[in-house]
Structure formats: C-alpha cells, structure tokens
Write a protein of this length. Structure first.
Length: 80
C-alpha cells in the first residue's frame, strides 16, 4: 500500500544515512522501525492487580445490612 507521510527533514536524512551505511533501502529501514514500534506496544502488558482478598464469609454479623455510613464510621471512626 502506498501512502504519503510528512516527516521532519532531519528524520528523513537520518533514515537515508542509515540506509546507505547498511546498503538497504529507505523503505526497509522505515518498515523495520515501524514494526519495532508496533511490537513494543503489542507486547506491553497492562497492570494487573494481584488478588489481595482474604478468606472469610463476608461481613461480620453486626454489619450485615448496614448502610455505607455505618460501615464508614466503623472503619474510620472520627478520622473522617
């Protein structure tokens, strides 16, 4: 596929220099660079939060049916 891309002159000159030194085409140098960048993003794994839950059976009996205000007061007391 052909496309037109507007690149800074200094970037094009650097690609030309690399292509000359390696006896390659500009196209192959640019394709390699693009593939490397794409691979970097494809292999980046997102953050995964480890499971920090504890064994148990839910809320203590005293807090079953409690609303958020009651739970927050019990957890934080007067540190709100």
């Amino acid at each position: 596929m052909r496309t037109t891309v507007d690149l800074p002159d200094e970037l094009v000159l650097e690609v030309q220099r690399i292509a000359r030194e390696q006896k390659r085409t500009m196209r192959s140098v640019m394709e390699e660079a693009l593939r490397g960048t794409i691979a970097k993003y494809q292999h980046t794994q997102g953050f995964k939060l480890s499971d920090a839950s504890v064994a148990g059976h839910g809320l203590q009996p005293a807090f079953r049916g409690a609303d958020w205000e009651e739970l927050r007061t019990a957890a934080y007391g007067n540190r709100l």
